[in-house]
Design a protein. Structure first.
Length: 232
């Protein structure tokens, strides 16, 4: 890897600025000052220091975010604020979410730059359950529990939805567990039964729950145990 790329990725400083910093002689490689941004280095093997401080190899990042209403699940959008803009760390545009939420939905979003890890979450093969709290316009009929288990035909689709669990909490409130992630799936499942979702909040993705200490718009790093809980 080029030295300037390594430094830029590890620090969040632009490559142009890294070139200036190197020109001033502030970077050393294996103990000797280096002025060459194109120098090839071996991350994890070579020792790189900036003003005497060791610069570690840039590793993957894993975060949970409490998505507020009004934000789109994307790193870039022409007309709405994005979830990535809530994350105040270098190169936040390189993070992608492991399963989107609609602009009006709230709750748990997992963000990472580790594509293999996020694939384990989003791939239907892993059947990772996602838990949603739902409010509806009309009372939820008790027959919906069996309908969710049997699978529903969504508008414009032929294949029935996979068996989903529905726990009715009160006439207009329920918990839904889904193991697939079709477009607007929860809303469309209730629509298939003639009802309408008025609020949708994701509480859990597989073994990872939204941290109750987080408020809407806040995020934190995942713990080592949370990262490891998503099995290959
Ligand atoms: N189902 C929906 O309808 N919307 C979401 O954001 C997630 C699941």
């Amino acid at each position: 890897m080029r030295l300037d790329k390594y430094l830029s990725q590890a620090t969040g400083i632009s490559r142009k600025e890294i070139h200036r910093i190197m020109h001033r002689g502030e970077v050393s490689l294996n103990g000797s000052e280096t002025l060459n941004p194109a120098q090839h280095i071996e991350p994890g093997v070579d020792s790189v220091c900036l003003n005497g401080e060791p610069i570690g190899a840039p590793g993957p990042r894993y975060l949970m975010l409490y998505k507020p209403e009004g934000y789109v699940s994307a790193s870039d959008d022409p007309s709405h604020p994005t979830i990535n803009s809530l994350v105040d760390i270098p190169r936040n545009d390189e993070l992608h979410c492991c399963g989107r939420l609609d602009i009006d939905a709230t709750g748990l979003i997992l963000l990472t730059d580790d594509g293999k890890w996020s694939h384990r979450i989003t791939s239907p093969r892993h059947k990772l359950p996602k838990r949603y709290r739902v409010e509806t316009a009309d009372p939820i009929d008790a027959s919906a529990v069996q309908a969710f288990l049997d699978g529903l035909k969504l508008h414009g689709e032929h294949k029935l939805t996979k068996p989903a669990e529905l726990d009715i909490l009160s006439p207009n409130e329920a918990i839904v567990y889904l193991t697939e992630g079709r477009y607007h799936q929860v809303k469309r499942m209730f629509a298939a039964l003639g009802n309408r979702v008025t609020a949708l909040h994701r509480e859990q993705i597989g073994p990872i729950s939204l941290d109750p200490a987080l408020s809407p718009g806040e995020y934190r790093e995942l713990t080592v145990a949370e990262i490891a809980s998503i099995k290959p």
